[in-house]
Design a protein around this ligand. Structure first.
Ligand code: SGN
Ligand code: CA
Length: 527
C-alpha cells in the first residue's frame, strides 16, 4: 500500500521536476523545492554513543550535531548487515545482501547492477564518491570518484581515481574533505549534485591527527557497565574474538616492540601480522610527524612498560588507550564535517541540499567488553542517522520510526523525482522527513550477517528480527541457538529469555513475523 502510494508520488514529483532545472541559483517558484542536491556523509564505524546529538557523554560533536539541530535525528535507525562492504552495497542498491550479492567483506561488488547514483546520473545529477569505498571493483555510476585502496591508511594515504593511484602527504580525514570540496567547487553548477563523502575514520587502528593527540590526556573515560559481561546464556556472544582485553599490543595499542616484547593480543585474527602492520602504518608518517607522535606516546608507553599490567588492569588500560584514540579520530571527522557545512553556507547551498550524516554501521565502545560490530545487538545494529534539508525538514525534529540503510536509495530517488525500481526493497523516508509517519510504517526490521567462519572476529552467522520492544536472533552454521531479548526490561541484552514460558506468546509471534520478513525479502535460506 505504502509503496504504491509513494510510487505515484514519485511519478508526480518526476513530472514536476522535469519542468524545472535545479541549479542552486534557482529562485523557488512555488513552495515545493527544486530537486535537492545530496551530500551523503558516511563515516566508518561511528557509534551513536560517540555523537553528542545522541546524548554522548564521551565527546562533543558540534558540527555533526548541527545537522540534527537544523534537521532531523532518527532514534531507531538500523543496518541490515553490520559490516562495511555489505552496508555500502545495500546503500547503493536498496537491496538486502542476498539480492545484491555482497554478503561479506570478502565478496566483490557487482557494479553492473542498478544503483541509485546511476539512476540519479541518468536523471541529470552530477554524481561523485570520495573516500572509503571498499567494494573491490571500481565505482560505476559516478562522474567523479577518488577512493582509498581497501581500508585506506590514516597517514600519507593512497587514493585511486580514473588516472591511477597517487599517494598524498597529510591526514586522511582532511584529505578526503579537501577532495570533496574540490569536487563541489569544480562541478557543473547547472546541475544538481549527489556527493558521497565517505570517511575512513574512526576505523581501526584509530590513528588520530597530530593536533588532537593531547585531547583526553588529563582524564580517563568511564568504563561501560557491561564491560565485564560473562555472556551467560549467549553462546555466540561468548565465542567471538573482539574483546578489548584481547586487542593487539602492537597495532591497536600502538606500542613499539621494545615496550611489549611478545605480542599477546589475538586481535580478532591470530594469523594477522599485527606487529608488521603497525610498523607499516607508523612508517607512513614523515620524520617530523613521527617526532610529534613519539613526543606524545613515548612517556605513556614507558609507563606501560614499567607498570607490568595483567588481567583486568591490562584490559582497562587497553580500554582507555582505545577509546581515547577512537574519539580523537572523531574530532577530526567532526571538524571536517564543519568545513563542508561552512562551504554550503558560503555558497548559498543550504536551503536546497539534503545533507545526511551516518556511519556504515554502529560499533562497540567497550559494551560487552568489545570493540568492532557484526552482532545484531543494539550497539552495532544501530546506525546514527541525521538529516538536514531546510526546504522540507522542520528543524529539531526527532523520529522514532524504524528506518534502515535499505531506505537511502529509494529516498534519494524519491526526492530526485525518479521512480525507484521495483526490486529495491527499501521505502522512501520522505514522509518522515515531511513530518508524517504513515500508519502502515514498518514495525519490525530484518537483519542477516554472514561473515563466518572466514574473516575477522569469530562472530557466528545469524539472522533475526527486531521489533519496537523485542529481538529474536538465530545463530547458525556450526551452532544452532536462538536468543530472545526484551529490550524494555533488558536494554543491554544480557538476559536471553528464549524458551522462558513467560515469553512463550511473544516468542511464537516473533517466529511468525520473522518468517514473514524472510519471505518478503526473499531471504529464506540459511546461507
Ligand atoms: C579490518 C579490521 C577488523 C575489522 C574489519 C572490517 N582489522 O580487517 O577489525 O572488523 O576490518 O571492518 S585491522 O586489524 O585490519 O584493522 S569494516 O568496517 O571494514 O567492515
Ligand atoms: Ca565499518
Amino acid at each position: 500500500m505504502l509503496k504504491k502510494g509513494l510510487s505515484a508520488l514519485a511519478i508526480l514529483a518526476g513530472l514536476w521536476a522535469l519542468s524545472c532545472s535545479a541549479g542552486e541559483g534557482d529562485t523557488p517558484q512555488t513552495s515545493s523545492p527544486a530537486r535537492p542536491n545530496i551530500i551523503f556523509i558516511m563515516s566508518d564505524d561511528h557509534a551513536e554513543q560517540a555523537i553528542s546529538a545522541y546524548g554522548s557523554e564521551l565527546i562533543e560533536t558540534p558540527n555533526i550535531d548541527r545537522i540534527a539541530r537544523e534537521g532531523i535525528r532518527f532514534d531507531n535507525s538500523f543496518v541490515t548487515n553490520s559490516i562495511c562492504a555489505p552496508s555500502r552495497a545495500v546503500l547503493l542498491t536498496g537491496k538486502y545482501s542476498n539480492l545484491n550479492g555482497l554478503r561479506d567483506n570478502r565478496d566483490e561488488f557487482d557494479g553492473s547492477q542498478v544503483t541509485f547514483p546511476k539512476l540519479l546520473r541518468e536523471a541529470g545529477y552530477q554524481t561523485a564518491v570520495v573516500g572509503k569505498w571498499h567494494l573491490k571493483t571500481e565505482p560505476t555510476g559516478f562522474d567523479f570518484w577518488k577512493i582509498l585502496i581497501g581500508q585506506g591508511e590514516y597517514y600519507t594515504p593512497v587514493f585511486k581515481d580514473e588516472g591511477g593511484r597517487t599517494e598524498y602527504p597529510g591526514y586522511v580525514t582532511d584529505l578526503i574533505t579537501d577532495f570533496a570540496l574540490e569536487f563541489l567547487e569544480n562541478r557543473d553548477k547547472n546541475k544538481p549534485f549527489c556527493l558521497l563523502y565517505h570517511h575512513k575514520a574512526p576505523h581501526r587502528n584509530w590513528m588520530p591527527a597530530l593536533k588532537h593527540l593531547k585531547e583526553y590526556s588529563d582524564r580517563d573515560l568511564p568504563l561501560p557497565e557491561t564491560f565485564y559481561d560473562d555472556y551467560q546464556g549467549r553462546d555466540a556472544a561468548r565465542a567471538q574474538d573482539m574483546r578489548i582485553s584481547d586487542m593487539y599490543l602492537s597495532m591497536d595499542m600502538k606500542l613499539h616492540k621494545e615496550y611489549y616484547g611478545e605480542e599477546t593480543g589475538t586481535g580478532g585474527n591470530r594469523d594477522a601480522k599485527a606487529d608488521l602492520s603497525w610498523v607499516g602504518s607508523y612508517n607512513r608518517m614523515t620524520e617530523e610527524q613521527k617526532q610529534a607522535w613519539d613526543a606524545h606516546y613515548t612517556p605513556i608507553n614507558e609507563e606501560y612498560r614499567k607498570a607490568n599490567l595483567k588481567g583486568n588492569e591490562l584490559a582497562e588500560w587497553k580500554y582507555q588507550r582505545y577509546i581515547k584514540d577512537y574519539l580523537r579520530c572523531l574530532i577530526s571527522v567532526d571538524e571536517n564535517v564543519g568545513r563542508v557545512l561552512d562551504y554550503l553556507d558560503q555558497n548559498g547551498l543550504v536551503e536546497n541540499t539534503l545533507v545526511v550524516y551516518t556511519s556504515d554501521q554502529g560499533f562497540y565502545l567497550g559494551e560487552h567488553g568489545w570493540y568492532d560490530k557484526r552482532f545484531m545487538y543494539e550497539e552495532s545494529l544501530s546506525m546514527p542517522l541525521l538529516m538536514r534539508y531546510p526546504a522540507v525538514i522542520e528543524p529539531g525534529r526527532v523520529s522514532d520510526a524504524m528506518v534502515l540503510n535499505l531506505d537511502f536509495a529509494p529516498t534519494f530517488l524519491d526526492f530526485a523525482g525518479v521512480q525507484a525500481p521495483s526490486e529495491m526493497q527499501g521505502v522512501s523516508l520522505r514522509p518522515l522527513l515531511e513530518g508524517e509517519t504513515p500508519e502502515d510504517w514498518r514495525t519490525a526490521v530484518y537483519y542477516h550477517y554472514y561473515e563466518y567462519p572466514h574473516g575477522w572476529h569469530e562472530v557466528k552467522r545469524h539472522y533475526g528480527i527486531r521489533t519496537e520492544r523485542y529481538k529474536l536472533i538465530h545463530f547458525y552454521n556450526d551452532i544452532d541457538t536462538w536468543e530472545l531479548f526484551d529490550l524494555q526490561a533488558d536494554p543491554s541484552e544480557l538476559h536471553n529469555v528464549y524458551g522462558d514460558p513467560e515469553y512463550q506468546d511473544v516468542q511464537e509471534d516473533l517466529h511468525t513475523r520473522l518468517n514473514t520478513l524472510r519471505q518478503q525479502y526473499k531471504d529464506d535460506q540459511e546461507l
